[in-house]
Design a protein. Structure first.
Length: 573
């Protein structure tokens, strides 16, 4: 666990070369003694969905900055919309933050903790003549708001007296009105070029159960009102947000300036994380879940942290990815291949090797003694001697990959074919003598011979073969289900393409994003894998045991393939 709260500041000189503009701002504030030299950040998710890879970047930045400067990072849930929020989301968010390697200790807060204080701030704004109760309908309010090229129009209720506004607002709290009857708006400037500042709504009526306060409240603050004030209540010094909040910063500062808050946090914006071939909108991810295009929030095809975890990604690889992406001021789109490259690099270093055959084809070695079993030593990791070795059984009947055999191979096919000799990894050289076909002409089984003098895979006479195949003993193999995942969408920019074509996102889903293979054959030790155990299946890729696994009935998810296209492209550039 990366214990950032109350940690030791990173040495300024050591960190100077790797600093981004956010860290430069924080370092300058610390050097100048601003905020009393303190650094307090916050990660403020709304509990209305599961976190995704974009949130991981924010988590790494919020907790990372706090840790590097000896400060604290609060985990605060901005739970201001009871209609969309749920304790399930709260629990999942906490699980994800901890899994990524960060902890908030006793600094877990909720905007709902401050409802009484926020209400008090709102009343004081009314008393100052800086807010009013508006009774326009939602449609009428939108019409009055204006456009980017046309100013807004004052609401006819904007001139209500302080006493009338206070009375109406208190009656809103007392549940005298239905949803939508009134809202509390800031009185700023309906002609502002920044539409956010055209008398934004501060409170609305919501008769709904809140996951923490129940029915205690029926009016709820808007995010843009609750967020800056919650920061101020908690003593946050640096409120780090993504670029879509740039236009909201004047409202953030307005709320801080006019509500007589106990502290004065500052908001800073950075570029959000955008990945190709995926979407980052919680609302649209929720649609995919609710419409059952995917199998829940933790579907391994989704960019959610829980989905990536289930697929087999490691927290270290995600933190590495976020570090490589960096913190910028300009929006860009990151190639998902970089994420796959990071997880591939991390798994290559840490996970043991094993053999699995996904599309099995039986090979019977007719000259191998019937009933004999050889125990072959295999290393668990070629670059890590401390990982040790394992004993793998070899017998008369083995399984190889169906794709590793062809009856009539082309010139550059070097794997198994009639009359051809290949190496079985760490075992023997074998030769295919003939193939058995069914009535439809399909190959259903192979016959061959082995050379007993080539144990370990090398021939004493020095003869060479051009292919080495993985395999499992038919007698000892365990059956498994394997799920192969590809990108969820067929286009690089799903949201843009859907908007341009005026189509639903679902029409751009990749029909080949999931292939479920039954009857796969794996080494016996994989028949009862530990929860979340990860392996490199030799020649096939990296795989992780899925929670659907049962004793003796394992299920493996392919995390990433062995092929690293992104690294090769990057090296050419």
């Amino acid at each position: 666990m990366l214990d950032v709260n109350g940690g030791t500041p990173t040495d300024v000189r050591e960190a100077a070369e790797s600093r981004d503009f956010i860290r430069e701002i924080v370092a300058a504030d610390v050097a100048a003694g601003n905020h009393g030299g303190k650094v307090i950040t916050r990660f403020p998710p709304e509990p209305n969905g599961y976190l995704h890879i974009g949130h991981a970047k924010a988590i790494c930045l919020d907790f990372g900055v706090a840790g590097e400067f000896g400060g604290h990072c609060n985990l605060r849930f901005d739970d201001t919309n009871p209609v969309k929020e749920d304790v399930e989301y709260v629990d999942s968010i906490k699980d994800d933050v901890e899994w990524l390697g960060f902890h908030w200790h006793d600094r877990e807060y909720y905007a709902s903790d401050y409802y009484e204080q926020l209400y008090g701030f709102a009343e004081r704004l009314i008393q100052k003549g800086l807010s009013y109760v508006d009774s326009l309908s939602a449609d009428a309010m939108r019409e009055h708001r204006g456009t980017l090229t046309e100013p807004g129009i004052d609401s006819p209720y904007r001139t209500r007296s302080v006493d009338e506004n206070l009375d109406l607002f208190r009656r809103m709290r007392a549940a005298e009105f239905p949803d939508g009857a009134h809202v509390l708006r800031a009185k700023i400037d309906m002609r502002s070029p920044n539409i956010t500042m055209r008398d934004p709504v501060l409170y609305r009526i919501r008769h709904a159960d809140h996951h923490r306060t129940g029915r205690t409240w029926c009016i709820y603050p808007m995010y843009d009102f609750a967020h800056p004030l919650s920061d101020a209540i908690e003593g946050v010094t640096h409120s780090l947000c993504t670029l879509e909040y740039v236009d909201h910063r004047p409202l953030y500062d307005w709320a801080i300036a006019h509500c007589e808050t106990p502290s004065t946090p500052r908001q800073y914006e950075f570029a959000r994380l955008n990945l190709n071939y995926t979407i980052m909108s919680k609302r649209k991810l929720l649609q995919l879940v609710e419409q059952k295009h995917v199998n829940g929030w933790d579907d391994p095809r989704l960019p959610t942290i829980s989905g990536l975890r289930r697929r087999g990604f490691t927290p270290e690889s995600i933190r590495d990815f976020c570090a490589r992406v960096g913190v910028a001021k300009k929006e860009n789109v990151i190639d998902v291949g970089l994420l796959e490259h990071c997880v591939r690099e991390d798994l290559n270093r840490r996970v043991p090797r094993a053999m699995a055959v996904l599309r099995p084809l039986k090979l019977v070695l007719t000259n191998y003694p019937d009933g004999q079993v050889d125990e072959l030593d295999m290393v668990n990791h070629p670059d890590d001697p401390s990982a040790g070795t394992r004993r793998v059984p070899f017998s008369r009947e083995i399984y190889i990959e169906r794709d590793d055999f062809m009856l009539d191979p082309p010139k550059k096919f070097f794997r198994l074919a009639p009359g051809r000799e290949v190496r079985l990894r760490n075992a023997y050289l074998v030769t295919c003598t003939h193939a058995i076909r069914n009535e439809a002409g399909e190959v259903v089984e192979l016959r061959g011979t082995y050379d007993p003098a080539t144990r370990g895979g090398d021939a004493p006479d020095g003869r060479k073969v051009k292919a080495t195949l993985h395999w499992v003993s038919a007698q000892h193999a365990a059956d498994a289900e394997v799920r192969l995942y590809e990108r969820l969408f067929t286009v690089e920019d799903p949201e843009g393409a859907a908007t341009k074509a005026n189509a639903e996102l679902a029409t751009l889903l990749n029909p080949a994003s999931l292939a479920v293979l039954q009857g796969c054959k794996v080494e016996a030790m994989l028949g009862r894998p530990a929860a979340g155990a990860r392996y490199q299946f030799e020649r096939l890729g990296y795989f992780a045991a899925d929670p659907d696994s049962r004793d003796g009935a394992p299920v493996f998810n392919r995390t990433v393939s062995l092929k690293d296209t992104w690294a090769r492209v990057a090296s050419r550039e």
